[in-house]
Design a protein around this ligand. Structure first.
Ligand code: AMP
Ligand code: ZN
Length: 468
């Protein structure tokens, strides 16, 4: 497996920290909950979802953390304007975020730490103390604490950024006069009236953490000093991720991240979709136009993560058409798989090309290319009555693996034949009476008819049986 590492600006072979355990630690920068996330943000989260699901398909066990930034300039300003406490203000957007994640079928991270959790605030304070004791940070005259970038020689390596050049061209206005260097960034922001009751005590007086230290504290607290992969959108590279490296490595003395993966932006008319530009859509905006979450998922997923993607309604229409082709294909395969047509040995379909395409820096275009080529080929065979049940089942098995990464199967319920529904009901009664023998017999009978009954926490569910 290979990924483009922003740190080296090269495609690198993926070698996890601990290859024997096959455990992978991933940290992904999550939303700042000052308003509802826009679909540009979700492009980043869908790319991370694709990464996680593909690693899992390849047999890795992923431990992923996604933070929630629930205190920063924007959240504080928003709460003040709304006239409500910070937590009340951010909760509504946190809830909306989880709702949209579900709509887009994005796998939940293992942890969603919130920056304001006292456990992490304590850790941030502890880290800042260590950085000061090592001369890597200082308290300025305005009482805020800043990271001293001149003391961290690797500062700028991730962004490939030459700080001396930045100074000489004078492109950055030096508006925080208390700092030693214009590039020094805040670790602890001293309290001022605008912050209202948003404040924590610290050895440097009341205040609140800077955004960057939040991520360093939450990632090292939950994943340890060293992680395999760190993701975000390209706008996170500088200063946010550059600062995370300086802070984390400044405290631990160890290499913080092995692979930095960043996704290109979602654009509208060639410009970054952003709150500040007002050119954004939210998930509910797209649903209100009659599209489904899975259609939007497909539209955001189908272009390689390092290529900027222009959002258009034409693109949404194309997503709908592509999904209709997949749906139709699956329906046809199920029909054949249920019939007892046998024309010899069914060819196994491994979907290897799909998986190999994703091994290559998540080349989704090549992966989808394989899928649609396969659909075209099998449709031809279906049209000419050349597909037997075994081959159809093989394709359905192959789809199951592909879909474990794409998660694009329709929500529309397949119609369950009356006979199968009746057998499932009988089985349910048998189970209530603890008549396991009869229940097993009925399961076999259902299976013979090409259906599978799965016992879920919401009761038994029937699905067309893919495997033989
Ligand atoms: P924020 O809530 O602004 O901290 O952003 C959350 C995530 O969304 C970050 O990883 C950003 O890099 C990413 N992001 C923001 N805007 C876009 C966009 N237009 N396209 C893709 N990713 C974005
Ligand atoms: Zn972050």
């Amino acid at each position: 497996m290979r990924f483009f590492n922003t740190y080296s600006r090269q495609i690198e072979e993926f070698e996890p920290r601990d290859p024997a355990s096959r455990q992978i630690k991933i940290y992904t920068c999550g939303p700042t909950v000052y308003s509802r996330a826009h679909i540009g943000n979700f492009r980043a989260y869908i790319f991370e979802d694709l990464l996680q699901r593909h690693l899992e398909l390849r047999g890795y066990k992923v431990h992923r953390v996604m933070n929630i930034t629930d205190v920063d300039d924007k959240t504080i300003r928003g709460a003040r304007v709304a006239g409500v406490p910070l937590q009340q203000f951010t909760t509504q957007f946190k809830d909306a975020f989880f709702e949209d994640m579900k709509t887009l079928r994005i796998k939940r991270a293992d942890e969603f730490p919130a920056a304001t959790d006292h456990h992490y605030i304590d850790r941030m304070i502890e880290m800042i103390g260590t950085l000061i004791s090592r001369g890597l940070a200082y308290q300025a005259d305005d009482e805020s604490v800043y990271f001293r970038i001149n003391k961290f020689p690797n500062y700028g390596k991730l962004a490939h950024f030459d700080l001396t050049q930045l100074q000489s061209t004078g492109r950055v206005k030096h508006d925080e006069y208390d700092k030693e260097h214009i590039g020094d960034f805040a670790l602890w922001k001293t309290w001022d009236e605008e912050d209202g009751d948003v404040r924590w005590d610290s050895p440097w007086g009341p205040g609140r953490p800077g955004w960057h230290i939040e991520c360093s504290a939450m990632s090292t607290a939950l994943l340890g000093d060293q992680i395999d992969i760190h993701c975000g959108g390209v706008d996170n590279i500088f200063p946010h991720h550059e600062a995370e490296i300086a802070q984390s490595e400044g405290v631990t003395g160890k290499k913080f991240v092995r692979y930095w993966l960043h996704c290109a932006h979602l654009l509208v008319d060639g410009q970054k979709m952003a709150k500040s530009l007002g050119n954004f859509y939210t998930v509910p905006d797209v649903l209100a136009k009659g599209y489904t979450g899975r259609e939007l998922r497909y539209a955001l997923l189908r272009v390689h993560y390092r290529v900027p993607l222009n959002f258009t309604w034409e693109g949404m229409k194309e997503a709908r058409e592509s999904l209709a082709r997949i749906d139709e294909w699956l329906t046809r395969l199920h029909e054949i798989a249920e019939k007892k047509i046998h024309k010899g040995e069914g060819k196994t379909q491994s979907g290897q090309q799909f998986e190999e395409a994703l091994d290559d820096d998540l080349n989704i275009s090549a992966a989808l290319g394989f899928l649609f080529d396969s659909i075209r080929e099998t449709n031809r065979a279906l049209d000419q009555n050349e597909m037997d049940a075994a081959s159809a089942k093989a394709w359905l098995n192959c789809w199951e693996r592909i879909n474990s990464v794409l998660d694009l199967e329709t929500e529309t319920k397949t119609v369950v034949p009356e006979e199968v529904a009746a057998l499932a009901k009988d089985r349910e009664n048998a189970r209530c009476e603890k008549n396991w023998k009869r229940s097993d017999e009925l399961r076999d009978r259902i299976s013979e008819l090409g259906w599978e009954v799965r016992d879920t926490k919401d009761g038994p569910k029937l699905a067309p049986r893919a495997a033989s």
